[in-house]
Design a protein around this ligand. Structure first.
Ligand code: A2P
Length: 175
């Protein structure tokens, strides 16, 4: 990747699914520091230490699976993995806040992430929902609401890669 930057083929280097130890190893061995870390991030997986570490290392964070990646249950099924996944759009406090601002549950989940200074990349195959997902800049959660959502952290990882059979044998697992 550093070679690509030198050739002008890439502007910055990003990493994904790295934990602090792994980022540290990269930082100590690289010439060009990573600009961004992309990780699963939502109300049920907040990893505050990792976020703080990235801030201190001047690494931007991008949140994937901000809405809980329902599609993962299909991948799990195909791999024969039985696992109940949480429904992030069906959480009472999220519903309450959504009602207050006349916004959808998805918009509240995304707004909460943006207010933390984290970039967010919700996925949708539906044009209406894509528009909905970027229409989050005309309201602001108050401090109490942010706190209420912070308190939902449960260290639940939806994309735990169990759909890749044998992933636990990888020397860097868990990522
Ligand atoms: P769809 O493609 O039918 O819109 P994530 O970004 O966390 O991986 O979540 C993607 C999932 O969330 C997809 O199943 C997507 O379905 C659904 N989704 C995306 N945007 C919204 C939204 N605004 N409201 C409800 N579901 C959404």
């Amino acid at each position: 990747m550093e070679g690509l930057v030198a050739k002008g083929l890439a502007k910055s280097i990003g990493i994904s699914n790295f934990k602090e130890q792994q980022i540290e190893r990269i930082r100590q061995n690289c010439t060009i520091q990573p600009a961004v870390l992309q990780i699963e991030y939502h109300i049920y997986l907040q990893q505050p230490h990792l976020i703080e570490y990235c801030k201190s290392a001047n690494i931007a964070v991008t949140a994937y699976s901000p809405l809980g990646s329902k599609g993962v249950s299909g991948l799990n099924k195909m791999a024969g993995v039985e696992r109940e996944l949480p429904d992030l759009l069906d959480v009472p406090v999220v519903k309450e806040i959504a009602q207050k601002y006349n916004k959808s549950e998805a918009q509240v989940l995304l707004r909460w992430i943006v207010q933390k200074g984290i970039a967010v990349i919700p996925k949708s195959t539906n044009a209406k929902r894509m528009r909905e997902n970027k229409d989050i800049f005309d309201f602001k959660l108050d401090v109490d609401e942010v706190e209420q959502l912070n308190s939902l952290d449960a260290n639940v990882r939806v994309v735990n890669f169990s759909f890749f059979r044998g992933v636990e044998k990888h020397p860097e697992f868990p990522f």
